[in-house]
Ligand binder design. Structure first.
Ligand code: FES
Length: 168
């Protein structure tokens, strides 16, 4: 089959080789699209648009089917993510306990590009969730899987500084 990937989104040889392997697994697993997308995300850290073009063309499955899955499941990421993930709770209890001040400080410190949730240097991706299920220690953020309760704007600044120091 001739691949019809537009020139501007052509992937390099190593990426194609990775996709070929994932495609072989996909075919062996009765065309399980979710598993294939999970493998793509594991390989690239997110699901690049180019990989979806490639996979749709190779498999004959419409792009819309891939994007239907990618946009339905929160586990999939369509953009590169930062080295560190900060998950901030914006639930009612956290809000009442001052989460908005923590979020304000986070935004001040990290200066996300307009409309983006990842810093320009790729250090941090910020995710917001409705409730982390830890309301008793609100306000709560999770920094790389570590739950931080009763967080204050000052604590948040220190945690970000630690991430910066670790990255040097
Ligand atoms: S509202 Fe934040 S943990 Fe429940």
């Amino acid at each position: 089959m001739t691949l019809l990937i537009p020139e501007k989104i052509k992937m390099d040889d190593s990426a194609i080789k990775t996709l070929e392997t994932i495609y072989a697994n996909y075919s062996a697993a009765n065309d399980n699209i979710i598993s294939a997308l999970q493998e793509i995300q594991k390989a690239f850290g997110f699901v690049p648009e180019e990989s979806v073009y490639w996979f749709a063309d190779k498999s004959g499955v419409p792009m819309s089917k891939f994007y239907g899955i990618l946009t339905f499941y929160a586990q999939f990421h369509l953009k590169p993510r930062g080295k560190n993930i900060i998950t901030a709770c914006c639930g009612t209890v956290c809000h009442v306990k001052g989460a908005h001040r923590v979020l304000f400080q986070l935004n001040e410190e990290l200066s996300f590009p307009p409309g983006e949730d990842t810093t320009r240097d790729g250090l941090v991706t910020l995710e917001k969730v409705a409730c982390l299920g830890a309301c008793s220690i609100a306000p709560v953020v999770v920094v790389n899987d570590k739950v931080c309760g009763r967080i204050t704007p000052d604590n948040m600044v220190k945690k970000i500084q630690k991430l910066r120091d670790k990255d040097k």
